[in-house]
Design a protein around this ligand. Structure first.
Ligand SMILES: [Fe+2]
Ligand SMILES: [Fe+2]
Length: 471
């Protein structure tokens, strides 16, 4: 369709409210109008929106989800240990998909009836390269390859990106693709919320999938829900000022169901080769997630602990403070010595850490907790899409924390490399330039922080690096 009946008044109002109110940090971005529907927005008999995730152990399982139109009722996937030669099919195992019908015709901004299919490959061999494809038994996609996690603590990398959200196809695409170029063997991608601007806008998810392309089908996504993934599912909910998790979230991401009850698949955790990755939902029931978070941290044998969610503990943009997160969650991060907290929401870049004071409990393996003075959790806010806010003036002194690197008007991706006792972090701009870096080195029960910020890379600000058109 070329007009936009799906683009309701509610969506327009909520969008401008988001721009005007959500972006109180002197918004420098105006969301473009909804574009016309394109051929690739529409579901067809061919699988599209193929995305790897985990719902189980990354060493022995791999989930994949994809979309078709409603004529595909018996979808399948095939998997085989990847071979050097081309004839993999005779050895492939065929697995029937679970098919879910998603009717969004009454959802503001959505509006189609489609099928989402998912398969969780199980019983896989750890640290092994597999090839898989999806289809209907007669027609198949190309073979995609992924590697299962090792059961040992081998070195690995992952990518982390802040809000994609705006200009997803035109501008986020280059960031995720540059990330893939810089870290082609990254095992997963943490998306710290606001993957799209309107969680129920099908066309925006279409752009997210098209921007990532085959990367989504080869590198597992680890999504956290942002406030833009919470939208009204009906006109009645919109009238009541309510919102719910995007209607697309659970059908299109097959995620662990080990989270807080009622927030399954927006809170979850998994272990990957010596790192425990914990995803929280900063949009809802923050107090109720504390008990679950404490339980996940108290029984954590992994040497590295990385937590991700959307709203920052230390805000990076003006007038967007999240005091409740400092009151509810930060004490738990301190107590259990969380190493790294990865966030989004503020459409700027900020990286800093707790001032190294006070005791913390570190988990040193085999479920043994040792009280030690932690080097302080490192907190990062980042942004990958096209919307940019002004940063908070000054630092984090009022929080007893140190803000050590920030940026405005800069699209970024982050590569985190975990190797034994060393975690290497780097933030790169959309052009691949190194903007920020540090190492965390575990020495006994504490981390040593090593600044690796590139020399000769000044802080990017709206003044020093203004948007085009403002120079
Ligand atoms: Fe947000
Ligand atoms: Fe955002």
């Amino acid at each position: 369709m070329t007009s936009c009946p799906r683009w309701s008044a509610v969506s327009r109002v909520s969008l401008w409210l988001a721009v005007l109110v959500g972006g109180m940090g002197t918004p420098t971005y105006a969301q473009p109008a909804r574009r016309a529907t394109l051929a690739w927005d529409r579901a067809s008999t061919e699988p599209d929106r193929i995305v790897l995730t985990w719902s189980g152990d990354p060493a022995t399982t791999q989930s994949v989800t994809w979309r078709t139109d409603t004529t595909i009722t018996a979808a399948k996937a095939q998997i085989v240990i990847a071979a050097d030669g081309p004839r993999m099919e005779p050895d492939a195992r065929t697995v029937d998909a679970a098919t879910e019908r998603l009717d969004t015709r009454t959802v503001p901004g959505a509006g189609e009836v489609v099928h989402y299919h998912s398969v969780t490959f199980a019983g896989l061999t750890p640290d092994t390269l597999y090839a898989y494809r999806v289809g209907d038994g007669a027609r198949w996609t190309e073979w995609f390859q992924f590697r299962t996690a090792s059961t040992r603590r081998k070195p690995f990398s992952f990518l982390y990106v802040g809000d994609a959200q705006n200009d997803i196809l035109s501008l986020w695409s280059r960031v995720i693709r540059e990330g893939f170029r810089r870290a082609p063997d990254a095992r997963f991608i943490i998306h710290a919320g606001d993957l799209v601007n309107d969680g129920n806008a099908d066309w925006q998810w279409g752009e997210w999938f098209r921007a990532g392309g085959f990367i989504h089908a080869m590198t597992a996504s680890v999504p956290a829900a942002g406030n833009h993934e919470y939208r009204a599912r009906s006109a009645q909910e919109a009238q009541a000022n309510g919102s719910s998790l995007s209607v697309f979230w659970r059908p299109q991401f097959t995620l662990p169901s080990n989270g807080t009850s009622g927030l399954e698949e927006s809170t979850y955790w998994f272990d990957y080769e010596g790192a425990r990755i914990i995803v929280l939902d900063s949009n809802r029931d923050r107090a109720r997630q504390v008990e679950w978070l404490r339980a996940v941290l108290a029984n954590n044998p992994q040497p590295w602990t990385i937590v991700t969610f959307h709203h920052p503990v230390f805000s990076a943009a003006r007038e967007r403070d999240n005091k409740e997160l400092r009151e509810l969650w930060k004490p738990v991060f301190d107590e259990f010595g969380v190493d790294l907290v990865l966030q989004g929401h503020d459409h700027t870049y900020a990286r800093g850490r707790m001032t190294a004071t006070g005791p913390s409990v570190r988990n040193v393996g085999a479920g043994v907790n040792t009280r030690a003075r932690g080097a302080g959790t490192v907190y990062v806010v980042s942004v990958s899409g096209g919307k940019m806010y002004d940063a908070t003036p000054g630092g984090w002194e009022r929080y007893q924390a140190q803000l050590e690197r920030k940026a405005e008007n800069t699209q970024l991706f982050q590569v985190v490399h975990v190797a034994g006792d060393t975690l290497r972090y780097e933030a790169r701009t959309a052009t691949g330039a190194l903007y920020d870096a540090f190492h965390l080195i575990r020495t006994g029960t504490r981390n040593r922080f090593v600044e690796r910020m590139p020399k000769g890379a000044p802080t990017r600000t709206m003044q020093s690096a203004p948007p085009y058109g403002r120079r």
